[in-house]
Design a protein around this ligand. Structure first.
Ligand SMILES: [Zn+2]
Length: 193
């Protein structure tokens, strides 16, 4: 089975208390996310890492405090979540080579990673049978990624001890919605067994 890991928005502004849009408790999943990404690197599993890369006046900032503005420190991913070689795919149509990349960073300016016009083509090229999804925030960007991936008809697993929600009840509802749509819940220890 060809597996692709899907690391959603594990960026400094979300992960740490000093970040611009800190998700309380998020720093607790950092070791798990780093462990999953490093496991993938060791096993030649491609990692797709979605990241917010906002302009200063993005529409999203009407609903959320400004965060992950492109070029700021808060927009970066922590070092331990990075894999070499890595390619960054901007949120603009283009022809991007992923041939050498073990980590493919998908930039976006909205909650849903599928707003990057290159993502669907990229997924076709990766030709995964199975996606393993983790990161931030469970009921927002993780939800968009997980349901969008389910929509491609492949097996999708959500790593419940490597995600963090903003509100426990809504995060729980997202897990129920995801499993009702055919998604599977898993744990870090199972994925990396
Ligand atoms: Zn955002």
């Amino acid at each position: 089975m060809r597996t692709v890991f899907f690391d959603v928005d594990t960026q400094i502004d979300f992960l740490f208390p000093a970040g611009a849009l800190y998700v309380p408790g998020a720093e607790r999943i950092l070791a798990a996310v780093a462990g999953l990404n490093q496991y993938a690197a060791r096993h030649s599993i491609p990692v797709v890492s979605t990241v917010d890369a906002h302009a200063e006046d993005d529409a999203e900032f009407r609903d959320w405090p400004a965060h992950c503005v492109a070029g700021t420190a808060g927009q970066r991913k922590p070092q331990e979540t990075l894999i070499e070689p890595r390619v960054v795919i901007p949120n603009a149509p283009g022809d991007y080579s992923i041939d050498q990349a073990r980590q493919i960073v998908i930039e976006k300016q909205a909650l849903d990673c599928f707003t990057n016009p290159n993502l669907r083509g990229l997924l076709e090229r990766l030709a995964a049978d199975r996606y393993v999804v983790y990161g931030l925030v469970t009921e927002f960007c993780v939800r968009c990624a997980a349901l969008g991936l389910l929509g491609t008809g492949r097996r999708v697993e959500l790593v419940t001890d490597a995600v963090q929600g903003l509100r426990q009840e809504e995060a729980q509802r997202t897990c129920e919605e995801f499993t009702a749509a055919g998604g599977l819940l898993t744990r870090l220890a199972q994925v990396c067994a």
